[in-house]
Design a protein around this ligand. Sequence first.
Ligand code: SF4
Ligand code: SF4
Length: 445
Amino acid sequence: MKVPLHVAKEQEVKAAGFKPTPETEIKEKFLAKLDDVRSSMRSIMVMLETCTKCGNCAQQCHSYLGTNDYNNFPAARAELMRRVYKRYFTTAGKLLGRFYGAEEFDSELISKWMTYFYQCNECRRCAQFCPFGIDTAEVTIAARHIMSELGIMPKFMAGIAVNMEKSGNNMGIPKPAIVDCAEFMEDEMRDETGLDIKIPIDKPNSDVLYVPSSADFFTNVDTMIGAAKMFHHLGVNWTISSKILEAANFGLLFNMNVMREHNQRLKEAAREVGASLVVQGECGHGWRAARMYTEGASGPVPFKIMHVLEYAAENLSKLPLRKLPLRVTLHDPCNYARAGGVIEQPRQIIRACVEEFVEMTPNREENFCCGGGSGILMDEMMEIRMQLGKKKAEQVKALGSLDYFAVPCSICKAQLPHVMKHYGMGSLSMGGVMDLVGKAMVFDK
Ligand code: SF4
Ligand code: SF4
């Protein structure tokens, strides 16, 4: 299969818990899985039936604008599923075939799906501007799910599934390394504040379970430190769980069953530590999976779920903040602004922490994706990722000189430094919103 990403080999597919499908059975299994999706994700059928090809979504998709590839035009991307759906599941398609826009399944189709459904960032911007609200991100989610059920997935996703299963986090970090990193951050905070600020791990009888991104323990430690300082100052009885050191839920990005397993991990971890509140760290799609899918797709949830930026905004007046002398802008992660209701909170927090906050245009629900959304962070996709990040780079460049670029999502934090460097803004400092909270908090020594 010739596609821009590395496809998982048979052994990697098996290691990730999937069964490879023999060539001779692909068509039959593909149609069976498409049929499953028709009944389990019924909104997809409405999206496939409704599009009038008005073209409104074309200029709203950074993937199409950045690559100039027709198959990345949202309606054309959905058409990759629509044509085969029409051929096998509509009477007109069965009778009229191509005259009705229907198309036979062939092996080329899988290559096209692997190429173009992995150039959709599942950002939902097309849905924002479609007169019918057709959400191509949902079509992408369904397509990736169908392919992974056949044992066809990126090597990158298969590797993450193995790590999630083994350690509860994407990076495969074992508990001793988690403890080491927490101690390192505690030492840093002690040196800076003179206070004994803890990052508790697996503490029983905790009121709050905090679920950071695993990257917050290595590359984005200031995000973790910001959250720890906040909980300390507020006197919260909190903990992290070594069983789920991961707000990200890559299942949502390639297989819904893997997503449900991670949601179960979250429920189990909250039960173990006795938490009545789960606070999710800075991760966009992880927030969407936790907020939108934990209860609906994974059974009852006996605790409340909040985002750390909701929590910080709610407690803002209790935090001892000074204004840092910085000019700052905010990237709205797609899964906060268009899928998770975290829009004004980061703005309230940043305004309380810095002297000057400037909005990029467009912003909030209309903001452009970073180009790495939906987890397409594969190295082999770097050239395409830069094309997908072009609109974001233009937005930032238009603001002139900045001191800090607030990017409160782990995937955006992994993607945007490459984008900024590629478009000549490599020296721009960037990080999370909780990083600013941590730096702006003033403690009496
Ligand atoms: S805006 Fe909506 S109806 Fe128009 S082409 Fe795009 S998906 Fe189809
Ligand atoms: S979800 Fe985003 S990347 Fe995907 S088709 Fe729509 S606008 Fe393009």
